[in-house]
Design a protein around this ligand. Structure first.
Ligand code: GCB
Length: 640
């Protein structure tokens, strides 16, 4: 197969919706009319690469070769055929925290590694699965182009059967590029209209560092040629019985018998599924179901097998039985009202940047339990699959957010359309990846959209508000169509156009009275807060409201009395002020102080040491005063 054909095949596979519809997709993926005319092949499976008796997987993480390409000459010079002048990098990790000369670099970089493939894998479906590459990835195996992927934080897969060499060394090359552009999600302004007092370096439209690189594992997977390619589990209750609805997909339009076994509770529950054209459904009833929730995050195991006599493929995963719904101004888990207590977080840590860091993950959940939190939001992008698996086990209720942070609506329609197509594809991938997680109790389609980039001069065009409304109405329709079993929301910013929230199932707002507004005067801030949030509630009186962000920067170790901005006492007082507000209103369904821990952001006059200090833990996870105060309240079960 020649290189051109490979591009079309794989790119269509993963990005078909996005690419066929959009200027960005078509241009960036190098489509031609011929490629579009062929029928798109089947979507490759993005199921997490668990092993089973029929499946083998290898994590290719480790020490790779790395080279910056600031002039974008690598491809022309054939770096995909062998990288010279390289240094060593760790995968997964962000390059900015590793190399001083790349500290603020967001352009093109090349990665290369070599690995062997077991000759016994001949005849199996070979897949290469990337957990997250930020932002654009172009991938070659043994010099053969496999395809491209746009967008960070979500997995993508290539079929490598043609390019792989079994029993020999294989060279994997990845071009990674994270230029901050207007037509991406998140978008960045490339206009030189920054307010001089608010200049940032690197200039982003959002407040976290644009970490770049291969951020999660790269897996090589060997599957049976006919395999289970997707499983969608939804759960309901009828009395004490758990109703488990399973939709099974197999590749190649396979028809035949499948079996599902749910175990882990009392006696196993079985179903036989007749698959037709690659699809099959079963409804299983689990008597006396042990419902998943923060107090008892019980997980069942679902094992699916296709094939009648000898199994053709087996795949198993853990899942929880639970219901989640919005009822009036309440959020109900298993029919009972819940209050969400926790934080907005970041995937961010010293040296690793946004690279998957399992010890930090375990530590963070330990601290969430210590402080009495029951929930968090994956601000401002989808977190690793491991983060959600562990949240399932530990019983944290998660609001899972897209990478749609600080989207703006002052650009020309074609640019906004490119973002809409990217965000729609992100939603498809996020829902496919995470829908079986009990911990995901809601989707957030984005955080703090604005009519124009926050730090720029000039005003937004009058069309910005209606454009944003059409955009978010469409995205809400899309998420509701993809998953009708979870509420969806959009996290607004203090004063953001409230009409953009109209189709959300609950209202989320970030508010910084006492910090960015009414600075230093907490008594006055409390009144403004009361006025603003009750006005937002009055606009949507039939929906619950959640305070998804509020807080103050505090430099650990800085103290004063009376409290003053930047000291630990002030941060603590400001957070308590918001909790007191929440306690007065039964339509407030949750409070997530911003943020869990201090995190890296761009350099600016607003951010000492290029860190956002609103964490109640430091970046290395030591508690500030606010963490102790929250623990006092939350572990006593006070509404907050
Ligand atoms: C916000 C953003 C968050 C920022 C925070 C802040 O509203 O959602 O990403 O980090 O404010 O500290 O300014």
């Amino acid at each position: 197969m020649n290189e051109g054909m490979n591009v079309a095949r794989v790119a269509l596979t993963r990005r078909e919706t996005f690419a066929l519809g959009g200027a960005v997709g078509a241009a960036s993926l190098g489509f031609n009319a011929e490629a579009q005319a062929t029928a798109p092949p089947e979507e490759l499976s993005i199921l997490y690469p668990f092993e089973s008796p029929t499946r083998s997987t290898r994590d290719l993480s480790g020490l790779w070769r790395f080279r910056l390409d600031p002039d974008d000459v690598g491809e022309k010079q054939g770096w995909q055929n062998g990288l010279s002048g390289w240094r060593t990098i760790a995968v997964p990790a962000s390059w900015q925290e590793l190399f001083d000369d790349a500290r603020n670099y967001v352009g093109t970089a090349w990665y290369e590694t070599e690995f062997q493939i077991d000759p016994a894998w001949r005849g199996r479906a070979l897949r290469l699965r990337f957990g997250s590459v930020v932002y654009r990835a172009k991938v070659w195996l043994n010099g053969q182009l496999l395809g491209e992927h746009m967008g960070g934080h979500l997995p993508f897969v290539f079929d490598v059967e043609q390019a792989a060499r079994l029993g020999q060394a294989n060279r994997l090359t990845v071009l990674v590029e994270n230029k901050l552009k207007r037509d991406r999600v998140p978008n960045n302004p490339d206009v030189p209209s920054w307010q001089w007092t608010l200049e940032e370096f690197p200039q982003t439209s959002y407040d976290f560092f644009p970490f770049s690189g291969i951020h999660r594992q790269v897996w090589l997977c060997a599957l049976p040629p006919t395999h289970i390619s997707d499983i969608a589990i939804t759960t309901a209750r009828s009395g004490t019985t758990g109703i488990v609805n399973v939709a099974l997909t197999a590749n190649g339009n396979w028809s035949g018998q499948a079996r599902i076994v749910i175990s882990g509770g009392g006696s196993p529950v079985n179903a036989v599924v007749e698959m037709r054209g690659g699809k099959g459904n079963a409804i299983l009833r689990v008597p006396n179901a042990r419902l998943w929730g923060p107090a008892d995050p019980f997980l069942y195991r679902l094992a699916a097998t296709i094939g009648t006599a000898a199994p053709i493929d087996e795949y198993a995963l853990d899942f929880g039985i639970r219901t989640v719904e919005v009822s009036g101004t309440r959020l109900l888990l298993n029919g009972q009202p819940v209050q969400l207590r926790g934080f907005g977080k970041h995937e961010d840590f010293i040296i690793h940047g946004k690279g998957l860091d399992l010890p930090v993950l375990v530590r963070d959940y330990e601290l969430l339990k210590w402080i009495g939190a029951n929930s968090f939001r994956t601000s401002h992008y989808p977190y690793s699959e491991e983060a959600l698996m562990l949240a399932d086990r530990e019983g944290f209720m998660v609001i899972a957010e897209t990478p749609g942070v600080s989207l703006t609506f002052s650009d020309e329609p074609a640019i906004i359309e490119a973002r809409r197509l990217q965000l729609r594809q992100d939603l498809v991938d996020m829902v496919r990846r995470d829908r079986n997680r009990a911990c995901v109790i809601a989707w957030s389609i984005g955080n703090e959209p604005l009519t124009k980039p926050f730090h720029t001069t000039g005003s937004a065009p009058p069309e910005a508000v209606p454009r944003g409304k059409a955009f978010f109405d469409d995205i809400f329709d899309h998420i509701h169509a993809l998953d009708s079993t979870r509420p969806a929301t959009l996290v607004s910013v203090q004063g953001g156009p409230p009409e953009w929230l109209a189709k959300g199932d609950f209202i989320c707002t970030n508010s910084y009275d006492g910090w960015y507004a009414v600075s230093a005067r907490l008594d006055d801030a409390a009144q403004v807060l009361e006025r603003e949030i009750t006005a937002l509630h009055a606009r949507y009186p039939d929906k619950p409201l959640m305070l998804t962000e509020f807080g103050a920067d505090a430099v650990a170790g800085m103290h004063d009395d009376p409290p003053a901005m930047w000291d630990e006492e002030y941060q603590s007082e400001m957070i308590l002020m918001y909790l007191q507000f929440a306690a007065k209103h039964d339509w407030v369904i949750g409070t997530h102080p911003w943020a869990f821990a201090d995190f890296r952001t761009s350099q600016s006059t607003m951010r000492v040491d290029a860190l956002n200090f609103k964490g109640v833990f430091t970046r290395d996870r030591r508690p500030k005063l606010a963490a102790h105060r929250l623990r006092d309240m939350w572990t006593k079960g006070e509404k907050a």
